[in-house]
Write a protein that binds this ligand. Structure first.
Ligand SMILES: NC(=O)c1ccc[n+]([C@@H]2O[C@H](COP(=O)([O-])OP(=O)(O)OC[C@H]3O[C@@H](n4cnc5c(N)ncnc54)[C@H](OP(=O)(O)O)[C@@H]3O)[C@@H](O)[C@H]2O)c1
Length: 268
């Protein structure tokens, strides 16, 4: 069982809410979960919601920091005194470094940074993980086991790559939503009724991604397999491939997202 003895979520909005929903769907006992959220809004049947900090955290608690990054100082001031040597902290706060977390949670050995993306709610997400030397191997395994029901969990050895990874998988769903929309609108532009083009674009992306995930060949090879010389697909690929048009566009896209992450980390 991947479940911690107790899970304490600080904040349960869009992202932490998706993670918790998936954990509950996969069998996490709601009685093991406490959510702290200022609004006090209910989360799910059986999950305790509190609006302030308890006097103590149960033994073997894993804390998920799921509020906004700028709230870390305020949260740490209240939370750190409640933690003991066995408390594990998982932070999904974008841009908040392990060094900063260690400075705010002095005496906590096991701290892991996690960067999930939104499809974690349906178990099809990507979660980048990073831990530094003091975090025990057992804690890393426990965190990985907790993340596995959410999708693909990947360790990032170099924390400096976190912004790059966030640009790819964290922001990626929005980029793919744009692509699906653009494919649909392109279909409409060449004469397909809009609603039909939208359904077909989505199903095409869904089917192609599922097929690529199961295939032995990589996506570049799959594209070439579909494209017979002189055929329609090849003609279309020639447009995407000319001067690496699509590749260059995506490099620019990820670079812009990464640069924004770095600027935000500098407080800009
Ligand atoms: N959204 C994404 O795609 C994404 C991806 C990766 C990482 N993240 C990270 O996830 C974190 C949350 O983002 P989000 O989009 O889920 O934000 P969100 O929907 O605004 O949720 C924020 C949560 O924090 C709670 N909160 C507000 N003030 C608080 C306080 N003083 N102490 C404790 N909790 C407080 C809110 O409580 P109420 O529910 O009562 O309002 C809410 O549950 C951020 O650090 C972000 O960097 C987000």
């Amino acid at each position: 069982m991947p479940w911690p003895d107790h899970l304490f979520l600080v904040g349960c909005g869009n992202m932490a809410g998706q993670m918790l929903a998936r954990w509950l769907a996969c069998g996490l006992d709601p009685a093991r979960v406490t959510v702290l959220r200022p609004s006090g809004r209910a989360v799910a049947d059986g999950v305790a919601v509190v609006t302030g900090y308890p006097d103590a955290l149960p033994a073997g608690t894993t804390v998920l920091l799921g509020m906004k990054p700028y709230q870390v100082a305020e949260v740490a001031t209240a939370l750190a005194p409640l933690c003991d040597a066995d408390t594990r902290i998982i932070s999904i706060l974008a841009g908040t470094t392990l060094a900063e977390l260690r400075a705010r949670f002095v005496g906590i050995r096991d701290i892991v940074r996690a960067m999930p993306n939104l499809p974690v709610g349906i178990g099809e997400g990507v979660i980048a993980l990073h831990a530094d030397a003091p975090t025990a191997g057992e804690a890393r395994s426990a965190v990985e086991a907790l993340m596995t029901p959410l999708g693909l969990a990947e360790w990032i050895p170099d924390e400096a790559l976190f912004n790059q990874v966030t640009a790819l998988s964290g922001c990626g769903p929005a980029f793919l939503f744009r692509f699906i929309d653009a494919l649909a609108r392109a279909g409409e532009a060449i004469g397909i009724p809009a609603d039909q083009a939208a359904r077909m674009a989505l199903a095409t992306v869904q089917g192609s991604a599922a097929m690529a995930a199961r295939a032995d060949a990589d996506p570049a090879t799959l594209a070439d397999h579909v494209a017979s010389p002189g055929g329609m697909t090849r003609q279309g690929l020639n447009v995407l491939d000319a001067d690496d048009r699509l590749l260059e566009l995506l490099i620019d896209t990820l670079t812009a997202a990464r640069d924004r992450g770095e600027a935000m980390a500098r407080g800009e």
